[in-house]
Design a protein around this ligand. Sequence first.
Ligand code: SAM
Length: 356
Amino acid sequence: MTQRKKPVGTAYDRVSSLTYDRNRFTTKQGLLFDALEWKELKRAIVKIPKGGSVLEAGCGTARFSQRLGEFGYNVRAVDLSPDMLEVASEKCKALDNVTFALEEAVDLSSEDSTFDLTFSIRVTNQTESVDYALEMIQEMIRVTKLGGLVLVEFVNAQRPFSKKSKDIKLSGEQISEIARESNCRVERQRGILIFSQTILNKVPRVLIPLWHIVEQLASAVLGKWASRGYIILEKLHPSPERFLGKKIGIFVVAGFCQPEYLNAISGHVQIPLMAAKALVEGGYQVTLITTKPRPADILPKAIPESIQIKVLVHASRNWPEKGIQPIKAFRQFWQLLSFLKRESFGWEFDWLKLIH
Ligand SMILES: C[S@@+](CC[C@H](N)C(=O)[O-])C[C@H]1O[C@@H](n2cnc3c(N)ncnc32)[C@H](O)[C@@H]1O
């Protein structure tokens, strides 16, 4: 990290710290904005076990640190403004799992790889420059554990026709580049407030629920151009240890074959099985999820002995008939979901990826 000559300033003095929450988060519009931001933070926090360690960089009046403390996380909250920290400490005085410190976000005193989650909301835009904001993200990555998450909120530089302002703007690409350089993976990127906060503040109270629905839909589709970006990074274990022990399920319909096809079954079966073999050799824990064999069927040679096998009901009609049997297909889907849940497989479904 480069050595700074003078500490950066913060606009949050005594007066603004005492009015911060009241001025921003008590109107119907403010409460909605707060709820949208909390929802984005929850996307990261659900992946951290209760009791996990969290660092908030630029905690302000502990709007989020307080909630996380109440949910049982161990929070270290840092800020540059003594006045904001005073308000924050007062709000959290009943929580002994939330601690505060006067620290600059680019120069955190925590050791490397300390926190399960490090996050910052409404701070990068208030820093002195783009370089400073990116340096702050690097510093947040430094103090995050291997396998841990970093959530950064930013004012989106890629928003078309955005008004000129003092805000420091970043793009998802700039942060992704920092992530790549620091051996992190972009876990998720989203945008909120496609219609901007200025517009939200002008929406009449009665129309807020309708605005909320339109905002959710528009941001889901056009999030890249929303005014606020949220990016979640995962700090990776150095490859390949990060994969060791991870469970991978490979679903192959009709993974069994007749004895004469032991070495020569079709590519759509053989290729996933070869992949399974390579993954087992690479240290993964692989389960082959397949469908019920006919009495004479056997497993093809490509299946390693250490591979676990889960058999589901077969839903296709018997060859040469074509198509699927709907009730069996439903049973198969149900069996698959129950299996994934029982075995605690992580899984993700992203409508946006499907549309793209
Ligand atoms: C708009 S407030 C956001 C507070 C809180 N994250 C929230 O969303 O309610 C910005 C906070 O970031 C702090 N801040 C700004 N630059 C900082 C820096 N370089 N290091 C630490 N804190 C900083 C400010 O003092 C202020 O409390």
